[in-house]
Design a protein around this ligand. Sequence first.
Ligand SMILES: *Cc1c(COP(=O)(O)O)cnc(C)c1O
Length: 294
Amino acid sequence: MGLGEKSVIKIKTDRSFRMNTILLEDAIKREIAQGNIPIAIVGTAGTTDFGNIDPLKELASISLKYNTWFHIDAAYGCGLLLTDKYRGLLNGIELAHSVTVDYHKSFFQPVSSSGFLVCDKNFFNLITHHADYLNPKDHDEDGLPNQVNKSIQTTRRFDALKLWFTLRMMGRNKLGGYFDTIIETAAKIAGLLHSDSDFELMNESDISALVFRYRPKNLRLDVCAMNQYIKKAMFNQGKALVAGTKINQQFYLKFTLLNPLTTISDIENIIKIIKKHGNEYVRLNQASADFRRN
Ligand SMILES: *Cc1c(COP(=O)(O)O)cnc(C)c1O
């Protein structure tokens, strides 16, 4: 929107990594007291790191109270719309003014296929920019449709076509079943990591993103350095790649499951590879660490 990063106020999350609505309201009051005008609340349905969903209904009522726009980033969580079993997790999304969705994530499309949805089509007028050579104003008045009025991007591929085909060929129930599978596979893998005392699992995910690190008992080495080593060694070996992230300045590994064909044994194999490289790191570094200590 061209407002600059300083116009964005970050709100801390609670212990389950969902936006803390008390701190949100505090921040709004603080900005108003300073003479600023809060214009929008942006919630996330499916955070990139944890796959968690902000308390959407509470955000909606705060947005109503302070008369702000309410946007939801559902780039990752939009797939919940397809499932009857977990659809309830998105309750409150109907209260947003606008929502972003990434069909190339949770609707199983190849990149790119995204949408910006608004609750009233007249809101598209807010992002319309008229240019005489492109979408002159009098075309609108003549009732001629122009896709440029519905997009921030001008030239673009027909990204909707593949989505249309998928929905026609497979239907919502089949895609929803895929999404259920992903959520249930992630929950089982969370169970695996949780019950293995050599791993630390950082979160419970509403969807399918697990943040964790390898930390064998009695480790006397730097746990962040070891997990960074694991990620790099896996890249160099080329059998499997694992994502990484930082939480409170600490390095963690991450699984984001988005393929319904991924099995528990696929992930068990990756866990074995992680352990192998972790143990290799211990072998390479423990002796010299002990030597320095003595
Ligand atoms: C992936 C993601 C984005 C960015 O989406 P792109 O399609 O890469 O532009 C934004 N928000 C969330 C929560 C995401 O997971």
